[in-house]
Design a binder for this molecule. Structure first.
Ligand SMILES: [Zn+2]
Length: 261
C-alpha cells in the first residue's frame, strides 16, 4: 500500500492528486524537532530537504508547495501563489488553505490531528476542476468549525453546492479508541458534535475526531473518503501522543500537467 513517501495517494480526476505522507517522507514541520526529542528544534535543513524530496515525488517545482503556521483555529486563508521556498518569514497563521483556481500545491501538517484534503467540481461539472483546499482538524479546530469554514470558502470560490460536488479525504489521525480525554472534554465535544463522543479500548472517556469530521462533512453535502489508519497505532505515521517531537506528516493536494503551477 505504501508508495514512496506516501501512505496513501490517489488521482481522483485527470492531473489532480491527493496524498498523505508517512514517516518515510520525513518530518515536514520546521517547528518540530523531528526525532531530536528534548534537544530542541532539529536542523531546518533536513525539513527543507524533506519538503523538496516530496515535491520531486509530486512533480512540483521545489519550494512551490504552500504550508501554513497552524494554530488550532478555524481561520481559512487563500493560497498566495508562492510556496514555502519563497518565504523569508513564517507562513501565515491559519488552519485551512484554499486554492481558488485549484492549481496551487497545498499541504497541511499533522501528527494525531486530522488532515483533511478537499477537491471540487464547479457547479454541474463532471471533473474535479474546481477549487481545492486542505484543513487541519484537531479537537479545537473541529469543534470551532474549521471544516464548515473551509467548505463555505470553497463554495464562495466556485465549488458547486449540490451534494457531492465537493469531495473530502479525511486522512490518518488518532482514532476514537485511542484518543483519551477528560470526561468534561468528551462532554463538550459530544454536545457540539455528538459523533465525537467515544470510549477508549481501555474503557475511559475519549473523542472520535474521524467520526466527528465525517459527520460534519456529510451534513454539508460533501462526499467523504475516510481513512482507517490510526496515528497512535500505526508506526508508519507520526503521532504526537505516542512519540512527541517525532515530526509531522502532511495531507497534500496538487495538479500536474497543463495549467499546473
Ligand atoms: Zn487508535
Amino acid at each position: 500500500m505504501t508508495e514512496g513517501p506516501f501512505v496513501f495517494r490517489i488521482s481522483p480526476s485527470p492531473g489532480l492528486h491527493v496524498g498523505f505522507t508517512g514517516i518515510d517522507a520525513g518530518n515536514l514541520a520546521f517547528h518540530v524537532s523531528g526525532g531530536a526529542t528534548a534537544q530542541g528544534p532539529g536542523p531546518a535543513g533536513s525539513v527543507a530537504e524533506a519538503r523538496t524530496r516530496l515535491e520531486r515525488e509530486m512533480g512540483v517545482a521545489p519550494g512551490r508547495t504552500e504550508y501554513l503556521t497552524q494554530v488550532h483555529s478555524a481561520r481559512v486563508v487563500e493560497a498566495t501563489g508562492s510556496g514555502w521556498g519563497a518565504r523569508s518569514g513564517p507562513a501565515e497563521e491559519a488552519d485551512a488553505l484554499v486554492s481558488p483556481t485549484g492549481e496551487d500545491p497545498l499541504a497541511i501538517m499533522v501528527a494525531d490531528c486530522l488532515p483533511v484534503v478537499f477537491a471540487s467540481r464547479p457547479r454541474g461539472g463532471a471533473e474535479l476542476t474546481g477549487p481545492t483546499a486542505v484543513a487541519h482538524a484537531g479537537r479545537r479546530g473541529l469543534l470551532d468549525g474549521v471544516l464548515e469554514a473551509t467548505v463555505a470558502r470553497l463554495r464562495g470560490a466556485g465549488a458547486g453546492d449540490a451534494t457531492g460536488e465537493i469531495e473530502a479525504w479525511v486522512g490518518p489521525g488518532i482514532c476514537g479508541r485511542c484518543y483519551e480525554v477528560p470526561e468534561e472534554m468528551r462532554r463538550e465535544g459530544a454536545s457540539r458534535i455528538p459523533a465525537t463522543g467515544s470510549t477508549t479500548s481501555w474503557g475511559t472517556p475519549a473523542l472520535d475526531l474521524p467520526a466527528g469530521a465525517v459527520d460534519v462533512l456529510e451534513g454539508l453535502g460533501v462526499t467523504v473518503h475516510p481513512d482507517d489508519r490510526c496515528t497512535f497505532e500505526d508506526g508508519h505515521l507520526f503521532s504526537h501522543r505516542r512519540a512527541p517531537g517525532g515530526g509531522r506528516f502532511a495531507g497534500v493536494v496538487w495538479r500536474t500537467g497543463e495549467g499546473a503551477a
